[in-house]
Design a protein. Structure first.
Length: 281
């Protein structure tokens, strides 16, 4: 914990099409006005958009003067692929990396999956720590990674990430702050003392509940289920209710002394600004 000195950060994703980059840079310009400590940039499945990740991170780091946190996944990458991305990051003066296992690409065969160079994110962190002078971040899961055998096993793997060199952690999205506070206490009791940034994704449509939430295996509090039941059929009312829920959730985390709040912005600067402007840091 940090005596209520919470820092703010955000996540963006690269556009899928080249002609969308102008809008992406405009989005970043607007997010920069919110003065985040850093902006993270996601990575396509299996590294499919690694060059776009570097391009966006380059703009954040060198044009906007904000620390860029480049995602890097290893599930679909060989060591040579990771080396190539490291060279691109070094050329762009990007020194902060969120090292992830990543989701298995849909076209990856069982043979390829079983013979991959990196099995766990901790192995990628170890490799990057020995290769480059990166500041490394890791992912964590307040409600347990869906593949972990138990909460205890998940914490053991998390501690391995930290020992390997992850100096800060960012959580998967969650909606139940009590689950986060319980997770934070378990981390401390297991000797995990690095800063933990709470990952918050504003849910502003009923459709998101069935997609994003279910895919992340995040539990839905009754208070939010009630909002969906009441406003889900009205897009504008649901948007307002979802933003209000995110504001109240984040403010509670700030008041609870969270190290950082990492907003999954979904490349929506207006929504993100509405949330940030209502917070008391």
């Amino acid at each position: 914990m940090n005596d209520n000195k919470t820092i703010l950060s955000m996540e963006v994703f690269p556009p899928k099409k080249e002609d969308e980059f102008a809008n992406a840079f405009a989005t970043l310009d607007q997010l920069a006005d919110l003065h985040p400590a850093f902006i993270s940039v996601t990575y396509g499945a299996g590294g499919s958009r690694s060059k776009k990740t570097v391009e966006i991170a380059d703009y954040i780091q060198n044009k906007l003067g904000i620390t860029a946190l480049a995602h890097m996944t290893c599930v679909g990458n060989k060591v040579s692929d990771i080396d190539a991305v490291c060279e691109q990051l070094a050329a762009a003066n990007i020194t902060h990396v969120l090292a992830l296992r990543g989701d298995r690409p849909a076209d990856m065969t069982d043979e390829q999956y079983e013979s991959r160079d990196f099995v766990y994110a901790s192995e990628l962190i170890t490799y990057l720590k020995g290769k480059n002078d990166f500041t490394l971040y890791g992912a964590c899961y307040p409600e347990k990674h869906f593949e972990a055998m138990s909460t205890r096993a998940d914490l053991i793997h998390l501690k391995e990430k930290v020992k390997a060199g992850a100096s800060e952690l960012i959580t998967q999205l969650f909606m139940d702050n009590d689950a986060f506070y319980e997770f934070r206490e378990k981390c401390l009791s297991n000797g995990i003392t690095v800063p933990i940034h709470a990952g918050i994704m504003p849910i502003t449509s009923a459709k998101q509940v069935a997609t994003t939430i279910s895919l992340s295996a995040t539990s839905i509090p009754k208070s939010f289920s009630d909002l969906v039941a009441r406003y889900g059929e009205s897009p504008e009312d649901m948007r307002k209710a979802g933003i209000d829920f995110a504001i109240r959730q984040i403010q509670d985390l700030i008041d609870g002394g969270v190290d950082g709040v990492h907003i999954y912005s979904m490349n929506k600067p207006k929504m993100t600004a509405e949330i940030v402007s209502a917070l008391r840091f």
